[in-house]
Ligand binder design. Structure first.
Ligand code: PLP
Length: 391
């Protein structure tokens, strides 16, 4: 066995089943392992590396910031964080932002805003949150409490109280759960870990309307589907709605760990000095990464590329699905795709790796595609040809 893998298996808390690949460096759409093997990457480190690997402009922006200042704490202001906040708020149609270090932490903050919003309005602690079945919002206790997957929750019970689960894309099931105490509805615009299910237009607009009518905060988890992956900067923009709270992470920093909570309307101004905080949030290095990401999306016209590649990929995948009986369904939005098989996907994912292509699973039967957004037609051809052979 590879000695690195042996050491890792001894040293790490074994919460992950890793693939037997030790990654060393990356270039554009490609990753290289310590043995020099090259992989075409359709995983982006779970939707993080939207600009691919070793982008020279991104690298330079981080290097320049590293030469100046890495950390300040939130006891002081720093210019990169102010720049990043302006860009985030403008791109997401939010008024204010709080930067975090991860997705789960951003969800925690959104839960706190929802709870305090209810407390300010009713002066009690009965605020209820509606979340979706098959959702994923993170692994910390609050985020786990709104994650609709019993197996993830069970060993860590009890979860936060006053959380109810509706069926995703079933508006009636949401309506039935609403009470005078409902303070927030949490949903991914496209369910990622749950199998790549986009919200229907009817559902997301219906949730927006229910939230408006009942003074409920609509919280969109755009951690996986946001930051351009849908062809819009945030996936909810495809549906022409704006949530009250946007939660972002993953591709927000394109590799530097950073998340964000954006607020508007009734969600703005809920948290006051002393209500929340984080040592690292708004860290200048992370902020420089966020700023570089928004600027380079513009410079490279990433959204136009996502739209063009989506058309090409959709056509190729629908042709493939017509040829292969093992494909049950192809779902998704933009460059976030799930290929659901009628048999477990693991064997095929391993075979693709042996052919030099990285894809990731979503659940047991779905091959998930989350390529870097710099993807080109030639990369799609390589993937689809390999899938043709392997499936
Ligand atoms: C990854 C993910 C999270 C959790 O983000 P972390 O940075 O891993 O904590 C939450 N929600 C969604 C939709 C995700 O894909």
């Amino acid at each position: 066995m590879n000695p690195y893998i042996e050491q890792a298996n001894q040293q790490f808390v074994p919460v992950y089943n890793r693939y037997p690949i030790v990654l060393d460096h990356g270039e554009g759409m490609y990753l290289y392992d310590t043995e020099g093997n090259r992989y075409l990457d359709f995983g982006s480190g779970i939707g993080v590396c939207a600009l691919g690997y070793h982008d020279p402009n991104y690298t330079r922006a981080l290097q320049e910031q590293m030469e100046k200042l890495l950390h300040t704490s939130n006891l002081f202001y720093n210019v990169p964080a102010i720049e990043a906040a302006k860009l985030f708020n403008q791109a997401s149609d939010m008024e204010q932002v709080f930067f975090t270090n991860s997705g789960t932490e951003a969800i925690e903050g959104a839960i706190k805003i929802a709870k305090k919003y209810h407390f300010l309005k009713h002066n009690n602690h009965n605020g209820e949150i509606i979340a979706m079945k098959k959702s994923f919002h993170g692994r910390s206790m609050g985020a786990l409490s709104v994650t609709g997957k019993a197996a993830y929750q069970e060993p860590f019970a009890p979860m936060l109280a006053h959380i109810k689960f509706a069926d995703f894309n079933d508006l009636e099931s949401v309506k039935r759960l609403i009470t005078d105490n409902t303070c927030a509805i949490f949903m991914e615009t496209v369910q990622g870990e749950g199998g790549i299910y986009p919200a229907t237009d009817y559902f997301i607009k219906g949730v927006r309307k229910l939230c408006d009518e009942n003074e409920i905060l609509m919280v969109s988890d755009e951690i996986q589907c946001g930051m351009g992956r849908s062809g819009n900067m945030f996936a909810y923009q495809l549906y022409d709605i704006v949530p009250d709270i946007v939660v972002s992470a993953k591709a927000l920093g394109c590799g530097v760990p950073v998340g964000a909570i954006g607020t508007r309307g009734a969600a703005t101004g809920v948290l006051r000095a002393g209500d929340h905080g984080t040592t690292y949030g708004s860290n200048p290095l992370a902020a420089a990464a966020v700023t570089a990401v928004f600027q380079l999306y513009q410079q490279y016209d990433i959204l136009a590329n996502v739209r063009a590649m989506t058309l090409y990929l959709d056509k190729a995948l629908s042709e493939l699905a017509a040829q292969k009986v093992v494909i049950k369904e192809v779902r998704g939005l933009g460059l976030m795709k799930g290929i659901e098989l009628s048999v477990p996907a693991a064997h095929f994912i391993n075979a693709l790796q042996e052919a030099g292509i990285i894809v990731i699973p979503s659940g047991s039967h779905v091959i998930r595609l989350l390529p870097p957004l710099i993807l080109q037609k030639e990369h799609i051809d390589v993937l689809v040809n390999a899938l043709k052979t392997i499936l």
